[in-house]
Design a protein around this ligand. Structure first.
Ligand code: NAD
Length: 297
């Protein structure tokens, strides 16, 4: 029987721990605060930001909501980040990506105070992650580590194959797999758009993480028997329903399930974990900035 790894259930556990940690911080008069910055008219980005704000409210994290016109000067966004960096009441800053083309997204990520960079994407925080001294692990790969742990999937000595080399998912995921310690010690291969014979690589995986953003590109024939399959993809494809579209992963779930020993669904797999780990990082940020010990590890 293939195990369907339930991201909603594991995320609920993480949120419970976060909520307890928020209560513990309240005893020291600390209320974690996350600032979200949206500079986009894209309905998906708007939805993501409002979901993140609702998640915060549920666990007792305060939010500051900044919205900028998508055609505003790039300087407005840089100034907003400077102001939030200087605001002692703000512990975490999340700029919803992607930003419009006229904004330099690398500069945006570099401008956020590394201590408030709860997405873990500032070069300093990426450097610390690579060095094995992570401050905030990027939310999606961190969430995947938690999912694997909850499903009791051993990573040590296993072949981990990551499809995708983005700054957001693929690169940090691969780096976490090669770190010493729990959730690491895996022999790791990173595949990408220039990889030759992708299927030969993915078939070798004991743990396969698909983060390419290509709908259902990994099917059962590309998966070795008994592999654990983590589907990061969220792709909108046309569908004959009221909305006119549906969301599918990078994995063809039905054929992959025939081969895998465990697999994450889309939706309800990695997505809820990404959101939960943002809360986790925000609480840890508030603790560090207030000099109070966090109840989270
Ligand atoms: P990206 O576009 O920045 O990177 C995609 C990567 O996949 C690139 O490195 C590219 O080299 C590789 N790639 C593209 N086509 C390929 C192919 N045919 N074969 C092999 N490799 C290929 O995307 P991203 O930000 O890493 O996101 C990847 C997917 O994950 C998207 O669908 C995104 O929506 C989704 N996502 C989901 C979550 C979540 O919480 N579930 C979080 C972040 C991203």
């Amino acid at each position: 029987m293939t195990e369907i790894i339930d991201g909603n259930a594991v995320a609920e556990d993480v949120r419970g721990d976060v909520s307890d940690a928020v209560d513990a911080l309240a005893e020291s008069d600390v209320t974690p605060t996350l600032a979200t910055v949206l500079m986009s008219d894209d309905p998906a980005s708007e939805t993501y930001v409002s979901m993140k704000q609702n998640d915060c409210e549920e666990v007792g994290i305060d939010t500051v909501d900044v919205e900028l016109d998508s055609d505003a000067d790039a300087a407005e966004l840089y100034d907003t980040i400077d102001e939030l960096n200087a605001d002692d009441d703000v512990n975490g800053i999340l700029v919803q990506m992607p930003v419009p083309d006229h904004v330099d997204d690398r500069r945006v990520l570099r401008s956020i105070d590394p201590e408030k960079d709860v997405d873990g994407l500032h070069p300093e925080n990426i450097g610390r992650l690579v060095a094995g001294d992570a401050r905030y692990k990027p939310c999606t790969p961190h969430g995947i580590q938690r999912l694997l742990e909850a499903a009791e999937v051993e990573t040590e000595g296993k072949e981990a194959v990551v499809v995708g080399r983005s700054r957001l998912v693929g690169k940090p995921m691969a780096n976490l797999f090669i770190q010493y310690g729990d959730g690491g010690n895996a022999t790791t291969t990173v595949c990408h758009s220039r990889t030759e014979d992708l299927a030969a690589k993915t078939r070798e995986a004991d743990i396969l993480v698909a983060a390419a953003g290509v709908p259902e590109m990994i099917d059962g024939s590309m998966i070795g028997e008994g592999a654990v399959v983590i589907d990061v993809g969220i792709n909108q494809v046309d569908a004959d329903n009221e909305k006119g579209y549906e969301l599918v992963g990078d994995v063809d779930f039905d054929s992959a399930k025939e081969q895998a020993s465990a697999i994450t669904p889309v939706p309800g797999g990695v997505g809820p974990m990404t959101r939960a780990m943002l809360l986790y990082n925000t609480v840890n940020a508030a603790a560090v900035q207030s000099g109070v010990e966090s109840a989270l590890d």
